[in-house]
Design a protein around this ligand. Structure first.
Ligand code: TAP
Length: 494
């Protein structure tokens, strides 16, 4: 039994619900349980959307697109501002729903909900600033206009690590551009997406513009990928599933793929050591390391290596791990499921067998309160080699590997030597080093002397197997438009 009655009631309202064509109704398909990862207690169920329900959602979105896309942008902007206000006003309740299904502590979840509200306001403003171009022609009497038109029906397929923001960025940019959307959230974290749908409904966003379908990715997600009436897939998730979507898409359609990472950090001898340790501890362990831009591996100049390892181990040991509903201010909550926890243990074991030195964590926290949840202490391993899984594969858990370097070019070359290219970090105070690292890192996002690689108004995207396309910024909005060239012969000669 859930201890918090208000939370239990909020989730009960969302149990087995789909949101199609402006209506919340119980799904007709089979039920799948949703668990609280801190206790393994079943908190509710989702309905696996049936083929008829998938068709109904896509057709509602297609129908709604015809009128939504024709509204003046300011009208869509007003709706998005209303949505942002409603989300911010109910942030604590929405955060608790997220914590119950995902595990991150309530304060952190609330921060994510507030960032979703910020995205609504940002894209509301961007909606009114979409403009085209007038292009010079090669003959007198002609004028070329390049205008932007919304793509159509978007299917958003999202993972469980940021259940509000990763739905929200796609939702806000789609709506701002004039697209309609069918959202398929991760099976582990459906209730946050349904709670967002409640807010869309309350904000008066017209029926069919936003739809939410639940169920398994391999069935419901795949059906959306294959649906002939879906014009664009906006996907965030693993590189393996992203590649599968690209390969299995039976029609030509727009794709944006925000995929996995294995993010390096370089700490040079000129770095502010305290700041580097603080940054490393934050970006390695926040959300239990279940972040696409989490620091997986750290290359530290040998002159400060041992001091860095000692301080990072102490910083990791100082972090609290707890049930995120009962202790909203905990540093780490439960991991979202057994799968990322198993992978973390596997990567740790692989590194230890290959000679890494465990300096912090390495096990679940002790106590009866942790026995049924997916908890793990923040873990630091030193003396890592490039052949270890932690140094080249995505762990997606609270584990970071540290290795010494002597030559900066060698560190940059190791940092680039994975299939990924999402985010990379560097701490240095020497300007020449900063320049060499900024230019040398083959990544879509590079943060120097900070660990917040993504901000709302700058383009955010990966390279190589980390994806194609952008979220955040004006660039994300452009992902939801087709360009049209209108070449007009008006006959006036200058
Ligand atoms: P995935 O297993 O790839 O799942 C992502 C979404 O795809 C889920 O909704 C999943 O549904 C669905 N899905 C699975 N198979 C599908 C198929 N055949 N067709 C269509 N949809 C399908 O990822 P995850 O484990 O949820 O999330 C972790 C991954 O996301 C990590 O690799 C992480 O790096 C990446 N990620 C990237 C970013 C950015 S911005 N680059 C941000 C966050 C996370 P079910 O869950 O219901 O099966």
């Amino acid at each position: 039994m859930m201890k918090n009655n208000a939370l239990a009631e909020s989730i009960a309202v969302l149990d087995s619900i789909l949101y199609i064509d402006g209506k919340f109704s119980k799904g007709k398909g089979s039920r799948l349980p949703v668990l609280n990862p801190a206790t393994s207690e079943v908190i509710g169920h989702i309905a696996a959307a049936t083929t008829d329900e998938i068709d109904a959602a896509v057709s509602a979105a297609r129908h709604a697109f015809a009128s939504w896309s024709k509204l003046v942008p300011k009208t869509r902007a007003i709706a998005l501002h209303r949505l942002g206000d409603l989300i911010a006003a109910d942030a604590l309740n929405m955060a608790m729903i997220m914590t119950a299904e995902q595990g991150k502590p309530v304060n952190e979840a609330k921060g994510e909900i507030l960032k979703l509200a910020e995205a609504c306001h940002f894209y509301a403003e961007e909606a009114t600033r979409v403009h085209g171009e007038i292009i010079p022609n090669d003959q007198q009497g002609f004028q070329s206009l390049v205008v932007r038109e919304p793509i159509g029906v978007v299917a958003a397929i999202t993972p469980w690590n940021y259940p509000a923001e990763l739905v929200g960025w796609k939702l806000c940019a789609s709506l701002a551009a004039g697209c309609s959307i069918v959202i398929k959230p991760a099976e582990l974290t459906p209730f946050t997406a349904l709670a967002i749908a409640q807010k869309c409904h309350a904000a008066g966003i017209p029926a069919g513009v936003v739809n939410v379908l639940t169920g398994k990715g391999s069935q419901v997600g795949q059906a959306l990928v294959e649906h002939p009436q879906v014009d664009k897939i906006a996907f965030t998730g693993s590189s393996a599933v992203g590649l599968h979507i690209q390969q299995s898409c039976p029609q030509v359609k727009r794709l944006s793929l925000e995929l996995g990472g294995n993010c390096p950090m370089i700490v040079t001898a000129s770095a502010d050591l305290d700041a580097a340790v603080k940054g490393a501890a934050r970006r390695s362990f926040r959300n239990c390391g279940q972040i696409c831009i989490a620091i997986n591996r750290i290359y530290v100049h040998r002159a400060i290596y041992e001091e860095f390892v000692t301080q990072l181990a102490a910083a990791a040991d100082a972090l609290s791990v707890d049930n995120g509903l009962e202790n909203p201010a905990a540093d780490l909550g439960a991991m979202a499921s057994a799968e990322p926890l198993d992978k973390t243990r596997t990567h740790l074991q692989d590194a230890l067998v290959k000679g890494a030195r465990l300096v912090a964590g390495g096990k679940a926290p002790e106590g009866i309160q942790y026995a049924k949840g997916h908890f793990f202490r923040p873990t630091v391993i030193a003396d890592c080699k490039h052949s270890m899984q932690v140094m080249s594969e995505e762990t997606f858990g609270p584990l970071v590997g540290v290795a010494p370097f002597d030559d900066l070019d060698e560190a940059i070359s190791y940092a680039n030597d994975t299939p990924y290219g999402l985010a990379a970090y560097c701490y240095a105070q020497n300007l020449t080093e900063i320049h060499r690292v900024s230019v040398g890192l083959d990544y879509g996002n590079v943060a120097i002397n900070n660990v917040d690689a993504g901000i709302m108004n700058a383009a955010y995207g990966g390279r190589k197997q980390s994806g194609v396309g952008y979220e955040h910024g004006r660039e994300e909005l452009l992902e939801y438009f087709n360009f049209k060239h209108i070449r007009l012969h008006h006959g006036v000669e200058n």
